[in-house]
Each structure stands twice: as C-alpha cells, then as structure tokens.
Design a protein around this ligand. Structure first.
Ligand code: PLP
Length: 367
C-alpha cells in the first residue's frame, strides 16, 4: 500500500505512470479472484461491501445487451443491514425468509417463497450470507442456491465474513455473485468488491460516469486501498490452513466459559460456525455492561455487530433466532495472532464479570 501511495499515475491513464498504477490494480484483481476461485475479469472493485451490495441488489440487469428484470428479492432475516435493506429494490419487492434457533435459513420457508413467486413478473434473486457477522453461523448456501437456481433465479452471496476463514468458491457455493470487504480480511477499510461468476449477466451500474472497472463502476480507483485488498486476499488464502487450530482454541475457550458459568448461552453453537467467532449471553448481564468490563481489562469485544453498535435497538439476528434479545450478546473474535495468554486474560475477565453478575443477582433475589 505504501509503494502504491507513491504512484502518481491514474490507473486509467495511458502514460507510464498510469500503466504502473494499472498494474497494481490488475495484480490485486488477480489476488481477489484467486480467493474466490474465479477469473480476474469477474472482479469489480468498489468502496465497500455495502456499495457492492447496493450495486448487485437491483431489479435491473443486463444479459449482454438485453435487459433482464428481477421482480423479487429473497433475503434471510439475519443478513447484514447492507443486504437486509434490499439495495435498489422497492421495499414491497423484498421478502424475508426466517431462520432456525441457530440462525440457519429455513429451507422449507425458502421453498415456499420460491413457489409463491410468479416468474411472469420477472426473475427471482436470493441474497444470502455465507456466514453471519454476529454469530458466525455458516449458512447452507449450496443447498439454498440449488433451490433458487432450479427456479431460474440469481444467487448473491455475502462472503464478507467467510472469506479468509472458510474456502469461498463461487462454483462450490452455486453463487452467481459474491460480495467481499477488504477490512474483514485484514486489509484496509474502504475497499470492497463485487465478484461475478461470468461476464454476460451483470447488474446495471450503481455509480455511473467514466468507464472504470469496464464500465461497471465509475470513478478513479483507490489504488492504494485496492493494493492492500489484494495483498490481504492473498494472505487470507494462506491463513485458511490455520482455521482448524483457531476453531480448536475457540472450542476450548467456550468449554472453559461453560465451566465458569454453566448458564452461559453460546448463540449458534448447534450449527457449523466460523472458526474464530464466539457469541454469548450471560443471563442477567447486559452486553453493553460486559463490553465496558472487558474494555477496562484491555480486551476488545463487541456487543452485536460493530457496524450497528452505537445504534439503539436489539439485535435483529438474535430476534430472528428466537433468542431473548433484550440483554444483547458479546462477540469475541479470535485471529491468527491470538495467543494462549490472550485467552487466559479473556477468561480471567469473564470470570470476574461472572462473579459480579452472580453477586448482583443474589442481592436482587434476597431483596
Ligand atoms: N456483510 C457482512 C456480513 C459484514 O460483516 C459487513 C461489515 O461488517 C458488511 C457486509 C459490510 O462491509 P463494508 O464495511 O465493507 O461495507
């Protein structure tokens, strides 16, 4: 990124300086494509995954030059707000599909929603996350995608949380499009991508103007951020090899949490989850209070999703799972750099918060 910042050229310019910047963008495009098992010609860079979601979630597509109309968008009830908002679809064209208590999409409800769609009105689209940003729950994407594709629909997968933690292949998922975010892979904030499985079917551009990104996204590229995105995508591929070690550490951590507080609720624990995520509620303790307690011990955890923290209101993910959302939940994310000492420090803070919780609850019961 630092050397890209030193490049004065605009990636669209024909002079040597422009070509140097273009080469950086081209390399990053290959690195991002390799992460998703596709060709670099299918990657459209954007400013964020949110922008990529707004780009792809649209009723207006083109198959080559022919317009294609999408009349219904199905989203799971636990999507990130950028998908749940439905992009450029009118609210009445968006149907939410429920999830089970672990946060996995209800495939029967999905089938019913597909059956209720009238193909004469236009195509159907499913927008489904690969893994949830609060619980880490992994969706049965390939199964859901097969149902939608059998009905001739388009499948969009939010792979923001899964990329770099699980193998993400457009083909294996049965997806037509993926969205990605650089900063969830260890890259810089402010870069994302829309990745397509081919070049023929594409959404109408969201950002119109110049011909950058082969006309799919106008505006001069942020070369340094894109360079960082590419490098992070390459590093993330290598990191997949340590995923099982991270999940073993997470599972051991949760076993010790249960030993300290047998009533701790670990959300999504009954489903396959991302290796690095633990999302829990201690009954009687508000997540915001616990978060402050952890912060005072130098431990950065989040309550709900970081994107919506500071927002008043209970987690739509917990609500959709039928969990008691009033107290919220704490998300702990482990990473490649997490050490045993970090886990010990976390468990010590967890035990302290738990003791305070139990004393308070005992006092309340006595009163
Ligand atoms: N999708 C998921 C699952 C996310 O976790 C996030 C961000 O946290 C996004 C989409 C949005 O990504 P961005 O911050 O690049 O807009």
């Amino acid at each position: 990124m630092l050397s890209a910042l030193d490049l004065p050229g605009n990636a669209s310019s024909v002079h040597a300086e422009g070509r140097a910047a273009r080469a950086v963008v081209a390399r990053a495009r290959e690195q991002v494509a390799a992460l998703c098992g596709t060709s670099s010609a299918h990657v459209v860079f954007a400013s964020s995954a949110t922008e990529a979601a707004c780009h792809i979630l649209t009723p207006s597509f083109r198959m080559g030059r022919a317009p294609v109309r999408v009349s219904r968008l199905l989203v799971s009830a636990v999507e990130h707000p950028c998908m749940l908002a439905g992009g450029r679809f009118p609210a009445e064209a968006v149907t939410q599909v429920g999830v089970d208590r672990d946060g996995r999409i209800d495939l029967d409800a999905l089938e019913a929603a597909i059956a209720a769609h009238d193909p004469a009105s236009g195509q159907l689209m499913l927008a489904l996350q690969h893994a949830n940003n609060e619980t880490g729950t992994v969706q049965p994407v390939a199964e859901a995608a097969a149902k939608v594709r059998a009905a001739g629909g388009i499948v969009v997968v939010d792979a923001v949380q899964a990329a770099g933690r699980l193998p993400v292949s457009l083909e294996a998922l049965g997806a037509d499009f993926l969205i990605l975010s650089a900063h969830k892979l260890g890259g810089p904030k402010g870069a994302g991508a829309l990745v397509a499985s081919g070049e023929i079917l594409m959404p109408e551009p969201l950002v119109r103007g110049g011909g950058q990104e082969r006309g799919h996204r106008a505006g001069t590229e942020n070369v340094a951020a894109i360079a960082g995105f590419g490098a992070a995508a390459e590093a993330a591929r290598d990191a997949l090899s340590v995923a099982s070690a991270i999940s073993a550490r997470r599972d051991a951590m949760e076993a010790r949490m249960r030993a300290i507080a047998p009533d701790v609720i670990v959300h999504g624990a009954g489903a396959p989850r991302l290796p690095n995520t633990s999302y829990f509620t201690l009954p009687g303790l508000k997540a915001e209070t616990a978060q402050i307690g952890f912060d005072m011990e130098g431990i950065a955890v989040s309550s709900g999703s970081a994107c919506s923290s500071g927002k008043v209101g209970a987690s739509h993910v917990l609500k959709a799972m039928g969990a008691d959302a009033a107290l919220g939940a704490i998300r702990v994310s482990l990473g490649r750099q997490t050490t045993d000492a970090d886990i010990e420090a976390f468990l010590k803070a967890f035990a302290t918060l738990n003791s305070r919780r139990l004393s308070r609850l005992a006092g309340e019961n006595a009163a």
